[in-house]
Design a protein around this ligand. Sequence first.
Ligand code: GLY
Ligand code: MN
Ligand code: MN
Length: 428
Amino acid sequence: MKYSQIDNTLFIKNRKKFTNKLDANSVAFFNSNDIYPVSADSTLPFEQHRDIFYLSGIDQEESILVLFPDSIDEIFKEILFIRETNDHIVHWEGEKLTKSDAFEISGIKNVHWLGEFDEILSKILKEVNHVYINTNEHYRQNVETQTREDRFIEKLKNFGGLSFKKSNPILQYQRSVKDEIELSLIKKACDITKKGFERVLSFVKPGVWEYEIEAEFSHEFLRNKSKRFAYTPIIASGINSNYLHYIKNNKQCQSGEIILMDVGAEYANYSSDMTRTIPVNGKFTTRQKTIYQAVLNVKKSATELLRPGILWKDYHIEVGNIMTSELLKIGLLNKVDIQNQTKKKPAYKKYFSHGTSHHMGLDTHDYCDLDMPFEKNMVLTVEPGIYIMEEGFGIRLEDDVVINENGSPTNLMANIPIEIEEIEELMN
Ligand code: GLY
Ligand code: MN
Ligand code: MN
């Protein structure tokens, strides 16, 4: 791993909070992700399943976490299974976790080799009332691949007579409220993103290619212990800035165009998620400035709304109202547009068609319960945009913020340049 070892009190607390929510005499299982194949003998880089990571800190393939808090037998309360290494694996892949490494990382005393799993599984299943399985219930999930968790659930079905419950609803809420240690890891990811952006500000000039900008970010991220982009980066110049999920990043940037860059570093599996829009030649045109300032105004006002007790759906309605008034001010909407709008089809959607915020953490679009009011220590993005197809450009600005108990949220990206004058000054 490139990141420094995380204080294991985080994982100990996470397990405690989770097991407090289980029904009596239940067991919960969490599996690592598979290493996904490409073809022949090639594979994608390993990415740990965020739930087993959240509950144990174990960042290695083929691991299984078993939580059975009501077990009479102390050794079954928490068990971690890890892949047993050997000389051949060490020769080809290097050192794997030892049992004592796994204990240090997770705080779990009872660590076994994976080969012992089936025998212990049979014993535990005879004793429990319910089995908590780990399904993916995220509101935006759209997964066709069978995961290791899915295969494990199939395997459990062979036992017959088990009563299944789902871990996911517990974790959706629990993971949305961040621990202080998690906040510092997310902040670290944001700070790495800042370094990348500063590097890009002095790199961009007419004639650079979008992929060259991507490479500048990548260089800065890797040398700061971010193993990869938190999500596929969007480097969208000119007309491409209107395409919300543009990821080709293969156009040359021309003087007079803007570049929309939606880019974030990860750190220790935690995401950051930033968008900045800058002028290729270092100076915004008057029109670009007008639109930019409108987006920035919406972002600032929307951020102020993120307070404990506010409901997700009310927040989005209010941001819609703020966006509408900015669009009226700059003449993109008029009174007739407002008269003709309906609740289902507000006029502002013509220029701002995506959501303003999402939770962020171990997943860039993180777990959350959208019916729960906002709470202290939830981390959300604020990312309004105005996209004008007929004028050939769009502008989006995005920061990550932490909701506070009182007052305005803390902007984790407050130190990343965003004001028009700041950007122009740094680019020149
Ligand atoms: N880059 C993905 C997002 O901003 O949500
Ligand atoms: Mn983004
Ligand atoms: Mn985002």
